[in-house]
Design a protein around this ligand. Structure first.
Ligand SMILES: C[S@@+](CC[C@H](N)C(=O)[O-])C[C@H]1O[C@@H](n2cnc3c(N)ncnc32)[C@H](O)[C@@H]1O
Length: 340
């Protein structure tokens, strides 16, 4: 997996030299305001990124977290759309804030022949310019396409209705990809799951995280929601803010969808995806697997078979598996399992 943290550290050092240092207590106060808004503990202030102290705190705290989520998605995209992604692309970062997704794309190694950053908050675009240089077109709304990649990172949650995002999809080249990242809450994730089903009915392909299934099987299970929870090593200053506000960011949590009309998808690369944690208890381990069709498979294995099924026992949420042998029941020593 690409680790953006070293590049982010360097970038933030340059940014702080240009913008001036900030006292940690100011950052913590502003992160608390943002965090309360994002967690629904206080109303979202329209245009909150126009306020300098909130914008600065966003760059210090949320930008590294969100950029690393985008990098993980790009790593996965490289598995099924590598040659496409390594080309020189027309890219739109919609609801860019301080340019988080565009920055992640660049630090990840992506190249753009056209890079557009769109945000209703003018000052957010200024911040993006401080980070990315004057290397992009600025826009308040999405301009006409076509685009090869459209990022929408943590913006549907603010639009409220995913339908408002749909005109954007018309700006996507048929072989291109829309990368939608959302907070990992049940509410946001389930809204994304419903929207994905509507889009599939209308001919869109979900390149990831799904493996080609027509209807999200988790929608029938009200206590589950599709989200990722991946280990990472946060930069020191994020740890320091977390310590001071009493939060922990040992993992990156998010929901996401990668949509395409005609592009390649993850479906060819695996049989099943782990869509829960691997639970271990009383001589067994189990996890929910999502495949190419049908319901989720609650796959169980006995600890005594852990040598034959070692790749299953090593799995974590989001991992991809090849499984030879009957699906639906218990995994046994006759199954052949490979973690991709
Ligand atoms: C939570 S921030 C996400 C910023 C960045 N994409 C990230 O992931 O870190 C949401 C951004 O969406 C922008 N936004 C909200 N409504 C918008 C709209 N209708 N059109 C464009 N941008 C919008 C906000 O100004 C804000 O910058």
């Amino acid at each position: 997996m690409t680790d953006l943290v070293p590049a982010l550290k360097e970038l933030m050092a340059t940014y702080r030299r240009a913008r001036g240092g900030r006292h940690i207590s100011d950052t913590i106060e502003a992160v608390t305001v943002l965090s309360d808004m994002f967690l629904g503990r206080r109303p979202t202030q329209p245009g909150y990124l126009s306020k300098q102290h909130l914008r600065r705190a966003y760059v210090e705290y949320y930008l590294p977290l969100n950029a690393c989520k985008v990098a993980r998605i790009l790593d996965e995209m490289a598995r099924y759309a590598g040659p496409f992604l390594r080309g020189t692309l027309r890219v739109l970062d919609y609801g860019c804030g301080p340019g988080t997704a565009a920055l992640a794309f660049r630090l990840w190694g992506g190249r753009a022949s056209r890079l557009v950053l769109a945000d209703v908050v003018e000052e957010a675009l200024d911040e993006a310019e401080a980070l990315l240089g004057p290397t992009f077109e600025r826009a308040a709304e999405a301009p006409p396409g076509p685009f090869d990649v459209i990022f929408a990172s943590n913006v549907l949650v603010e639009l409220g209705d995913a339908g408002r995002f749909e005109p954007l999809l018309e700006r996507l080249d048929p072989r291109g990809y829309a990368v939608v990242v959302e907070p990992p809450t049940a509410e946001c994730a389930r809204r994304l799951m419903e929207w994905r089903d509507r889009l599939v009915e209308r001919g869109w392909r979900v390149a990831a995280p799904c493996l080609g299934i027509a209807r999200c099987p988790m929608r029938a299970m009200p206590d589950l929601w599709c989200h990722q929870d991946a280990g990472w090593s946060p930069p020191g200053w994020v740890n320091e803010i977390d310590d001071r506000i009493g939060r922990v960011h040992e993992t990156l949590k998010y929901s996401y969808l990668v949509l395409t009309r005609e592009g390649a998808t993850l479906a060819e690369g695996a049989d099943w995806r782990l869509v829960s944690n691997l639970h271990r208890s009383k001589g067994r381990a189990w996890a929910h697997l999502c495949g190419h069709e049908g319901d989720l498979w609650k796959a169980q294995a006995l600890t005594r078979d852990r040598e034959e099924l070692r790749d299953f026992f090593r799995c974590d949420r989001g991992d991809l598996l090849r499984v030879q042998g009957p699906a639906g029941g218990r995994l046994g020593p006759d199954h052949r399992i490979r973690r991709e």
